[in-house]
Write a protein that binds this ligand. Structure first.
Ligand code: 13P
Length: 341
């Protein structure tokens, strides 16, 4: 008979593999209410709970979504919401064959004594919250740490604090039977070069995997959600798609153990098309020889065109769902190196 811990490791490993199987990826719809409001404000969509609910209903009921999407990341409010007819979103997702997940960090707050730097909070009582989400049907969880590049930053104190929190969270997830999606995001904002982003991303990933090792996190039962290695948004030199693909994969090969089943990129403010093109280039060049799946976990780069069409109006729901389906399919194609802008 297998021990309880062997079964748990097998389950975590199977879930993590399923999250990146068949060239599918994750749809992030886990914006906190303040972030969701920011996105709505851009289109003058009133910031009400009902609008947040109907927008999320639009997303999760998109016909055919599971052809490209393996998992969906929800937010605490969303995992408790229902369709207009009373069906819980989590049931809709599971019935569609999509694995439900949940964002569990409590947001990035100012790090004391470190001007311009952030630490993600949420470890207090996390064990209890994870047990509740697991009970509700979630099978994975996400925690985002934010690293800013600037003059003299990131500091070692900021990198260490965030890496430690990510590892503590990941260990708690696995204890609860949830696959941790470990997201140390190096932001795109700034004038920094591609080389500087590569240097910082490498440093951050080394610190994160060192902490994951210290906290005994099972690498086969986790997913890394990474930023692509990119020049800053205000950097005068914007490198080519192939240069970005090369720099990103080189950085990951140096830092991410082969036991990790998948790397799902965040989009971080890239346009939907550019995010797909860069993912596509990575898969064309490296899919056959990279140890992990090179996948996606986009929020903006999948949702943005749909939100722009929806504008908070029910009459636009069908067209918005078509746009969402299309972007999800583009990224599914990019995983096969078959995206054609
Ligand atoms: P973006 O793809 O919009 O950067 O969001 C990713 C994310 O972290 C949400 O989980």
């Amino acid at each position: 008979m297998q021990s309880e811990s062997t079964t748990k490791v097998q389950q975590l490993t199977e879930t993590a593999k399923a999250m990146v199987a068949n060239d599918k990826g994750l749809l992030a719809l886990d914006e906190s209410n303040p972030t969701c409001h920011k996105r709505f404000a851009k289109y003058g969509i009133p910031q009400t709970e009902e609008n947040r609910r109907s927008y999320r209903e639009l997303l999760v009921t998109t016909p055919g979504l599971s052809e490209s999407i393996s998992g969906a990341i929800l937010y605490d409010e969303t995992i408790r919401q229902q369709k207009k007819d009373g069906t819980p979103f989590i049931k809709v997702i599971i019935d569609a064959g999509i694995i439900p997940g949940i964002k569990v960090d409590a947001g990035a707050k100012d790090l004391a004594n470190h001007p311009g730097e952030k630490i993600s909070e949420g470890l207090d009582a996390l064990r209890t919250r994870l047990a509740e989400y697991s009970q509700m049907g979630a099978r994975f969880a996400k925690w985002r740490a934010v690293i800013t590049i600037g003059d003299g930053i990131p500091s070692p104190g900021c990198i260490d604090a965030n890496a430690h929190a990510l590892a503590r969270y990941a260990a708690l997830c696995q204890e609860s039977g949830l696959v941790p999606v470990v997201e140390p995001e190096v932001l795109m904002d700034g004038e920094h070069t591609l080389a500087r982003c590569s240097e910082v991303t490498e440093k951050v990933l080394r610190a994160v995997f060192n902490q994951l090792y210290l906290q005994r996190v099972i690498l086969e039962g986790m997913i890394l959600k990474a930023n692509m290695v990119l020049p800053g948004l205000s950097c005068p030199k914007q490198d080519t798609i192939n240069e970005v693909a090369d720099a990103t994969v080189q950085c990951l090969l140096r830092t991410v153990p082969a036991a990790v089943p998948g790397i799902t990129f965040l989009s971080g403010g890239q346009s939907a098309e550019l995010a797909s093109e860069r993912l596509n280039a990575m898969n064309i060049k490296f899919k056959s020889r990279s140890p992990w799946a090179l996948s996606f976990s986009f929020a903006r780069a999948i949702q943005q065109p749909a939100l722009e069409i929806w504008q908070g109006k029910e009459a636009n729901t069908h067209s918005a769902q078509q746009a969402l389906y299309h972007r999800a399919k583009c990224n599914h194609d990019a995983r096969r190196g078959e995206y054609n802008g």
